[in-house]
Design a protein around this ligand. Structure first.
Ligand code: FAD
Length: 393
């Protein structure tokens, strides 16, 4: 029969890989995509939804076209195990799905005990909103329900984590909402990191757009020594206890659980070969996106999509003998600081023996004029449309 590819996770990495393999192999390869949710809500632009700039519907995408146009077998179920000898994936529903090549792109899960006092059962009281969908809606509802002059605390994650500028874009968008609706509210960030992505750009923007609203407590002031009490709705930052109205806990992260069950991880992440994203542990299992440990690329939707195209080309080549092109990758992370005040950081990359290695980079500058910032924001809107089309057809 036809060679079989199974893709676990229909996000930035998985949906792109499934679509490219199906599209380019023109029916020569049998592609199955396993994804529990029927509608994928992007994390990218979810901060803009918190800020009131995008709607919740703007974030949602369906898998219908992948099935109808590209002939992908979309299975709405959860992968619970991988038998590497039998080359099968076990689903929560009881099914077992055979593969010749298996691509895992399950995103992230959280490291237990990362923030003392918080675990996954606390995610309704203290949302992370670091996976798309209902968590994002919940955090937005909590922000809208804050009393006048209330306090929003974010517990920021340690490195490495998905979307390095994401927590700080979120702070900007929460401030944007509060400035208009709750101008005496306060925002506090407890941060275990010395420095963070695009820091100079964010701090410049916070000072000019939201003066006095945002306080960041970094490790010099005990920000890495943070715990929470869910029952009291308090955050303890190095002994100082803050009563909060919204506590947004973004814990430490690791590869999605299925990558651990497949035993292709080493510690928190899955080491891969840069040329094709195959795992170091098993040449027939590939890991894309946030779950992978690949080298210099940040964990972003743009990166996952870029890695997926390299992987799709290599997998198709291995199964059908089609031409395999040398791996090239790129990434840009845009962030919105206030209406039309967009900034970006990005780079191109190549595959070396050892890792995905950065070739060239660029970053927005402080003091840029409003026209350039608006053009940067508009680029991000064009990108959003392009990547979601690239994922879902
Ligand atoms: P995901 O896109 O998360 O996809 C994983 C999928 O796997 C999910 O649909 C999940 O349901 C499924 N899954 C998990 N486990 C299983 C299983 N066992 N069986 C079946 N399915 C499973 N990136 C950008 O490029 N630009 C941005 O502006 C940006 N902004 C962001 C803002 C925020 C607030 C956040 C949180 C992230 C942002 N990102 C951004 C990062 C981006 O969302 C991720 O890096 C990207 O989604 C990673 O793709 P992935 O395929 O690894 O995982």
């Amino acid at each position: 029969g036809k060679p079989r590819v199974v893709v676990v996770g229909g996000g930035a990495g998985g949906a792109t890989a499934a679509r490219y393999i199906a599209k380019d192999s023109k029916g020569e390869v049998d592609v199955t995509l396993i994804e529990p949710t029927r509608r994928y809500y992007t994390c990218f632009f979810s901060n803009l939804y918190l800020g009131g700039i995008k709607t919740y519907d703007d974030l949602g995408h369906s898998y219908g076209t992948l099935a109808s146009e590209y002939g992908i077998n979309v299975v709405h179920d959860y992968a619970v195990g991988v038998d590497r000898d039998a080359k099968t994936v076990a689903l929560a529903g009881g099914e077992s799905v055979p593969y010749d090549k298996l691509i895992l792109s399950p995103g992230i899960d959280f490291v237990e005990g990362s923030v003392p006092g918080w675990d996954i059962t606390a995610q309704n009281a203290m949302p992370h909103a670091y996976k798309g969908g209902s968590q994002t809606e919940l955090l937005k509802a909590q922000i809208m329900a804050m009393p006048q002059g209330g306090t929003y605390v974010m517990v920021a994650p340690p490195n490495p984590y998905r979307c390095p500028p994401g927590p700080y874009e979120r702070i900007s968008m929460v401030a944007h909402y509060l400035k208009a609706n709750n101008p005496t509210a306060k925002i506090i960030i407890a941060d275990p990191k010395e420095k963070f992505s695009k820091q100079g750009l964010f701090e410049e923007g916070w000072n000019s757009h939201y003066p006095g609203m945002i306080t960041r407590i970094g490790p010099d002031f005990g920000g890495e020594n943070t715990s929470v009490s869910v029952a009291d709705m308090t955050v303890d930052i190095d002994g100082e206890v803050i009563k909060a109205d919204v506590v947004n806990v973004i814990p430490g992260m690791m590869a999605g659980k299925i990558a651990h069950s497949a035993a292709v991880t080493d510690g928190n992440w899955a080491p891969v070969n840069a040329a094709d994203m195959s795992t170091k542990a098993d040449p027939d299992i590939y890991v894309l996106g946030d779950s992978s440990q690949q080298g210099d690329m940040p964990k972003s939707g743009f990166s996952a999509n870029s890695q997926a195209k390299v992987c799709a080309n290599a997998v198709r080549g291995a199964l059908t003998g089609s031409k395999v092109f040398p791996a090239r990758f790129s990434n840009t992370c845009w962030s919105l600081i206030d209406t039309n005040d967009g900034v970006k950081v990005g780079a191109t990359y190549e595959a070396t023996e050892e890792k995905i290695a950065k070739v060239n980079g660029f970053i927005s500058q402080t003091g840029e004029d409003a026209g350039l910032r608006q053009a940067t924001y508009e680029e991000s809107e064009v990108w959003y449309t392009a990547i979601t089309e690239d994922m879902f057809g």
